[in-house]
Design a protein around this ligand. Structure first.
Ligand code: NI
Length: 272
């Protein structure tokens, strides 16, 4: 099997004691590339250090919408831009986006998001988008931004939207990434969305350490568990897990311009 986990946070403290073992397990599970997300630019050095130890790991830089209230200031977008330019292993801007669950700083979040969209566009990098309780304002903001400035590429990460909402972001050119939530028994809406995304726009992720998939639900999540996400999405789409894995790996390599892994190099393009 040949998998990419397109969204991890293995810099979090919960991995401090056993990251080597965690990496051993992701390698055994067939994970050939990982994309490390970033919730605030101060994490950058630590993420770089992790990538030095694990060459299959590439990373993003950005400011999470839930950190905007505390951390957003006019110079931080300059900092994100500089860091993104400083290392060739930076493959995305993010995570950024809108989280309107309990938010009182909606305008500020939109401002922080727009300035990170501008950085992504300037550097021709994809954005990793976090969207919670904000599908309508998110779609409107992206439509207006693209209308004014041209297309921006990216992924709706840990996607939990309805099939209709999914369609809005597909029309904007975005990839859709499913996490462990697609395995949850009551997540019928997410499961329906996982069936409507075209094969060439589909990605999978863990968002570890959060949201471990069934059968690990409730435990600390880790990259190796992306195989459970792959199994569930394959099941929902009536595919073999190998086909789903190869397709989502190819998609991840295309969106993030990751070096093509050996497991794909000799394979013909598989269509989901
Ligand atoms: Ni995340």
């Amino acid at each position: 099997m040949c998998l990419v986990d397109t969204h991890v946070h293995v810099n979090f403290e919960t991995f401090q004691g056993d990251l080597e073992l965690v990496a051993q397990r992701w390698r055994e599970a067939g994970i050939v590339r990982l994309v490390h997300s970033c919730v605030e630019p101060s994490e950058f050095e630590h993420i770089q250090a992790i990538a030095n130890s694990f060459p299959e790991l590439f990373f993003a830089v950005g400011l999470h919408p839930l950190d905007v209230e505390e951390k957003w200031h006019p110079t931080i977008s300059e900092e994100i831009l500089c860091l993104a330019k400083s290392d060739q292993r930076v493959v995305a801007i993010g995570e950024t986006g809108l989280d309107f669950f309990k938010a009182s700083n909606q305008d500020q979040q939109m401002q922080a998001f727009e300035s990170q969209l501008a950085i992504a566009q300037q550097l021709d990098l994809p954005v990793i988008v976090h969207c919670r309780d904000a599908a309508v304002p998110m779609a409107n903001l992206l439509r207006q931004f693209c209308h004014r400035n041209g297309r921006v590429k990216g992924v709706m990460h840990c996607w939990g939207g309805t099939p209709e909402e999914t369609q809005w972001f597909l029309e904007l050119g975005f990839y859709i990434s499913f996490s462990g939530t697609v395995t949850f028994k009551k997540a019928t809406q997410i499961q329906e969305s996982a069936q409507v995304v075209p094969g060439d726009r589909l990605l999978i992720e863990t968002d570890c350490p959060f949201l471990a998939p069934v059968p690990m639900r409730g435990k600390r999540n880790e990259p190796a568990y992306v195989k459970y996400v792959a199994e569930q999405v394959a099941h929902l789409r009536n595919l073999s897990v190998e086909t789903l894995a190869a397709t989502t790996t190819r998609n991840a390599c295309e969106l993030f311009r990751l070096p093509l892994p050996e497991c794909l190099a000799n394979q013909n393009k598989l269509l989901v």
